[in-house]
Structure formats: structure tokens, C-alpha cells
Design a binder for this molecule. Structure first.
Ligand code: PLP
Length: 360
């Protein structure tokens, strides 16, 4: 009776992961208790956390000179943690503005230092990402921050900005683990877990070791990457159950899907199908420049906005959940994260064609 869930986050989890969790909920591997009830310092949980980290490193090919930190507070806390840890006293950073999430990161960074907007496509309604040649980098910036995938706008970078020696910082919340990336191009990557990683409550930070320890003295202990790194992400109690479930997701991605390259292939196919269906119809539309169309979040409009509530109601009745666009922009949005099966996209496309035929 599980339905197809296109939620932008918290998002669908792989069914196989939920089944394992269900099977282990009362008695984890014969220990007579749930992972939720274990000490985070027990050998059992430390092993769970270590395996999760190793699988995550293997999946993304994280080099040895990068730490993987399991933190809390969501990607929104990273909007503050990045400047607090990297700006230094009176520092300056470059930010690229491509939509709602980069704007939030910019607003937060302005509380701690000087922000130079290296590029913005707001004057173009965020329908496109700025090109490399549009980036205007200020001298002496501590880093350049960008959002690789704007979850609400459905805008994804089709390249990694080249910024020379300046550390590149990326909010990868909604496209991490969707396709291979070259970690060595980045100084720091962060992502809230609740899309491609696992349940909400966990936030992952990948940080190059030389960037640790640049924070101001008054940086809260819990906000310090160095403290997290020095304590193997266990300075305090980590979100143990979210970490365990994320570990199951990494294991699924590695061993059942067959790794990130395979996942990327499936994701490309899912998105291509849906964009083709939208483009082949005069009834549906997507406003984003083709090279920047997100593989993960596909916003779309109906020719007659008055039909939106009928569309959503009928979609839900057809077992297609959470297709409403973000409350700030309206319209529709189908999020096609890793755990959304290709069959879900096929069912959505069939529903859209049927709806158009009846209502278009
Ligand atoms: N950045 C991006 C790209 C997001 O999509 C989101 C949430 O959807 C956030 C940041 C905020 O994440 P959180 O809710 O984990 O704070």
C-alpha cells in the first residue's frame, strides 16, 4: 500500500531500508534492543557510525585529507556555521545568488562578515545559473559559497565554479549522492540529510582538513567543525537513529543500486522522461533554462492555474503524493530523489497525460 512520494523533503526513503529498520526495530542483531536505545559510545553504535562514514566515503570517493562530520541543526545551521568557522575577524566571502536557499545563506553570512555577491540571476527570475565568466570574485575572500541545486526553484548548476585557491563551499543538500562529484574541487560541502541521505535530524559536512581551526574564539563549541572533527562527531550525543538509517541508505546505494554512477544514470533517465513529457505538452511548462534544469526537483505549471487543486487532489487519489510546489512559489513540483523509483516517474507521466486529456 505504499504510494509514490514526490516530497521535496523529508523525502522518500528506499523501501528496502525501511524494511530492514522495521525488522531491527525491537532487536538489533540479537542484542535485544533498538539502535535508538543504545549508548552512542557503545562498541555496537561506534561500529554503525564507522561503517556509515566509510560507505559514504566510498560512495563519493572522499579523499583522506577531508573529514566527514555528522552534525545536527540542518543545512540552515550551516548557513551560520560556514561563516563562523571560515570567515575570521572582519572577513569577507563571495556568495552566488541563485534562489531561495542561497539568499538564506547570504542573509545569515551578513550577520558575521562582509558578503560580496559574486553573481546573481535574480534579475532573470532565477531561470538560469550564472556562467563561470559572470562570477566576480572579490580579492581576499575567505571562500565562495554556492547552492548546487536550488530545491524550490528547480535550478541546478551544470558546472563546478572554478575559483583558484579560494575554498569552494557548496550547499549540496538536495543533490548530494545523486551523481558523482570530484570532492577535491571543494573546500567544504554540507547537506541536510532529509533528501538523498536519510531522515531529518542529521547534517553531513565534508571539510578539507586545512580549513579546520580558523574560527573565532567565541564560536559556540557545538558549531565548531574542529571540535566535531577532533571528537569523531561525538562531542555530544549524535542523532543516533538518523545516523543508523542513513548508514542503511548508503549500504543500499552501494550494494543494491550499485554505486553513484549507476544512481546517476537512473536519475538522468527519470528526469529526462519527465522533462520530455512536460516539453511535449502545451498544457504543462517548466521555466528553467535547459542546461540548468534540476535532475532532482522538477517544478512545473499547468496551463490553467485554477486546475492546480484538482490536479493535486486527483494525483493523491491516484497514489502520487506531495506534488504541490513550495508554498512560496506555488505550482507543482516533483522531487525525484534517489529513493523515488523509475516506476513512480512513469506513473506520474501517465497521470499527467490522462489529466491533460480530460482537463486540457
Ligand atoms: N539548502 C537547501 C538547498 C535546501 O533544499 C534546504 C531544505 O530544503 C535547506 C538548505 C535547509 O535545510 P534544513 O531544513 O535541513 O535546515
Amino acid at each position: 500500500t505504499r504510494k509514490y512520494n514526490f516530497c521535496a523533503g523529508p523525502a522518500a526513503l528506499p523501501e528496502a531500508v525501511l524494511k530492514t529498520a522495521q525488522a531491527e526495530i525491537l532487536d538489533w542483531q540479537g542484542r535485544g534492543l533498538s539502535v535508538m536505545e543504545m549508548s552512542h559510545r557503545s562498541d555496537e553504535f561506534v561500529a554503525i557510525a564507522k561503517k556509515a562514514e566509510q560507505d559514504f566515503r566510498d560512495l563519493l570517493g572522499v579523499p583522506d585529507n577531508y573529514k566527514v562530520l555528522f552534525m545536527q541543526g540542518g543545512a540552515s545551521s550551516q548557513f551560520a556555521m560556514v561563516p563562523l568557522n571560515l570567515l575570521g575577524q572582519g572577513g569577507q566571502a563571495n556568495y552566488v545568488n541563485t534562489g531561495v536557499w542561497s539568499k538564506k545563506a547570504i542573509a545569515e553570512a551578513k550577520r558575521y562578515g562582509n558578503v560580496n555577491i559574486a553573481a546573481s540571476t535574480e534579475d532573470r527570475n532565477f531561470f538560469i545559473a550564472p556562467s563561470q565568466s559572470e562570477l566576480q570574485l572579490s580579492e581576499d575572500a575567505a571562500y565562495l559559497h554556492y547552492t548546487s541545486n536550488e530545491t524550490i526553484g528547480g535550478l541546478q548548476f551544470d558546472y563546478v565554479p572554478q575559483v583558484g585557491d579560494v575554498p569552494l563551499v557548496c550547499d549540496m543538500s538536495s543533490d548530494i549522492l545523486s551523481a558523482p562529484i570530484d570532492i577535491s574541487q571543494f573546500g567544504l560541502i554540507y547537506a541536510g540529510a532529509q533528501k538523498n541521505i536519510g531522515p531529518a535530524g542529521l547534517t553531513i559536512v565534508i571539510v578539507r582538513e586545512d580549513l579546520l581551526g580558523r574560527e573565532l574564539a567565541q564560536n559556540p563549541t557545538m558549531f565548531s567543525y574542529k571540535v566535531a572533527a577532533d571528537n569523531d562527531s561525538m562531542y555530544n550525543t549524535p542523532p543516533t537513529y538518523a545516523l543508523y538509517l542513513s548508514g542503511l541508505v548508503f549500504d543500499w546505494l552501494k550494494n543494491e543500486v550499485g554505486g553513484i554512477d549507476k544512481m546517476a544514470e537512473i536519475n538522468q533517465r527519470k528526469a529526462a522522461k519527465l522533462y520530455t513529457a512536460i516539453d511535449n505538452s502545451a498544457f504543462y511548462g517548466n521555466p528553467i533554462a535547459i542546461p540548468n534544469r534540476s535532475i532532482m526537483n522538477v517544478p512545473f505549471t499547468l496551463a490553467d492555474a485554477k486546475l492546480e487543486s484538482v490536479f493535486l487532489k486527483e494525483a493523491e487519489a491516484a497514489g502520487l503524493l506531495n506534488l504541490a510546489g513550495h508554498r512560496s512559489v506555488g505550482g507543482m513540483r516533483a522531487s525525484l530523489y534517489n529513493a523515488v523509483p523509475e516506476a513512480a516517474v512513469d506513473a506520474l507521466i501517465a497521470f499527467m497525460a490522462d489529466f491533460e486529456q480530460r482537463q486540457g
